[in-house]
Design a protein around this ligand. Structure first.
Ligand SMILES: [Zn+2]
Length: 370
């Protein structure tokens, strides 16, 4: 029996088995998305940022650059919304050119729905168009503290206001055009205010349906120009059941939207304190996903290894949904580059610079095993 089995394997299967196992190892180890996410630089920082892309991101085989632009661009469609100091078209084209040189896809981000204020400062959209505010009754505090009586983390716009999409989609189109992008990141993380009782349009509505409706509206708009929507994943996770809390996951039932949003939305699944296994959850729901670490090098390496392992052992249906890794940086580009180039100390055990280096060393080492 043993001999017969061996003979049959030699005759028909052995070379196939060897070959297919090598293929799995080789293709499974190369992550399709090797990303970096950071705030777009200030105009005075553009040249250093171009150098950083050219000398650091390119050689590390970064192929996706999520740039948080928000109002840091001189929008021609809505100059009333731009920051007082903002990138010019010429600035942007310098970034576009160096990214093209290294085959890096730029995905610009403008925060939609949530994050329309930060601490005690209102964002440009609601400052100029206060009628879009989901909670106009909540005044911005002189001195912001958390927790506070209003439950104010960040303001949101009302997704059912009839005028809001006319404005924000002009920004989305313009920023995608100038960055020559086939994808857009809408943020949509940490939305605490949604379906609020005092909103005449949203009160009483299901918060998951409101969230999913906004995702679909943005996705459908982008699809008109064959662009893909990327969002952060935290609103689609159940914060209470998982123990992940109300920032990293949802405490207001928006998590049920995971079954309502279009399947071609790409999920940026951020976990900074633990290498959570949530990408498996998203992939099993039919959603493509990238894992996003921030400042803990040890976790980032584990998360990259998980991603490679999931791709190796996934069904063909699931494998392509495990898209890769995106290093997130939450300081400004200038501050990050100052630390990177040694102009500021990097004394902490965990830091975005250390995490970025460790993550891409791991990605390059793993990819080298072919
Ligand atoms: Zn509303």
């Amino acid at each position: 029996m043993k001999l017969l089995t061996l003979f049959l394997i030699m005759l028909s299967g052995n070379s196939f088995l060897l070959e297919s196992s090598a293929q799995v190892k080789s293709s499974g180890n190369i992550l399709p998305i090797r990303g970096f996410c950071i705030a777009a630089p200030q105009p005075r920082e553009v040249d250093t940022f171009v150098k950083f892309i050219d000398e650091e991101l390119g050689p590390r085989t970064v192929n996706t650059l999520i740039l948080r632009v928000d109002f840091n661009y001189q929008y021609a469609s809505h100059p009333e919304l731009k920051d007082s100091v903002a990138l010019s078209k010429e600035d942007v084209k310098k970034i576009v050119a160096v990214c093209k040189k290294h085959n890096i896809n730029i995905i610009p981000q403008v925060n939609l729905l949530g994050h329309q204020s930060w601490a005690g400062r209102i964002g440009n959209l609601l400052r100029v168009y206060p009628e879009f505010d989901e909670t106009p009754n909540v005044r911005m505090p002189e001195k912001y503290v958390w927790p506070n009586a209003d439950g104010l983390y960040c303001k949101s716009y009302c997704p059912l206001h009839p005028g809001v999409h006319n404005i924000v989609f002009d920004l989305v189109d313009e920023v995608c055009d100038v960055f020559e992008s086939d994808a857009f990141h809408a943020g949509m993380d940490e939305v605490f205010y949604i379906g609020e009782a005092q909103c005449p349009r949203c009160s009483g509505r299901d918060k998951a349906e409101l969230f999913a409706g906004e995702v679909r509206t943005v996705r459908d708009h982008l699809a008109l120009k064959n662009r893909k929507l990327w969002i952060w994943g935290d609103r689609l996770l159940d914060g209470k059941t998982t123990g992940m809390g109300e920032w990293e996951a949802s405490f207001n039932n928006t998590y049920k939207a995971v079954d309502m949003i279009p399947r071609d939305v790409i999920i940026c699944d951020w976990h900074y304190e633990r290498p959570d296994q949530t990408p498996v959850y998203f992939a099993m729901k039919g959603l493509s996903v990238v894992t996003c670490p921030w400042r803990m090098p040890g976790n980032a390496v584990l998360q990259a290894q998980d991603m490679v392992r999931w791709r190796q052992y996934a069904t063909p249906e699931m494998k392509d949904r495990y898209m890769g890794m995106v290093q997130t940086v939450w300081s400004g580009a200038g501050q990050f580059m100052d630390v990177y180039y040694g102009k500021r100390p990097d004394s902490e055990l965990n830091s975005p610079v250390k995490c970025f280096k460790a993550l891409f060393t791991e990605i390059q080492n793993t990819s080298a095993i072919k």
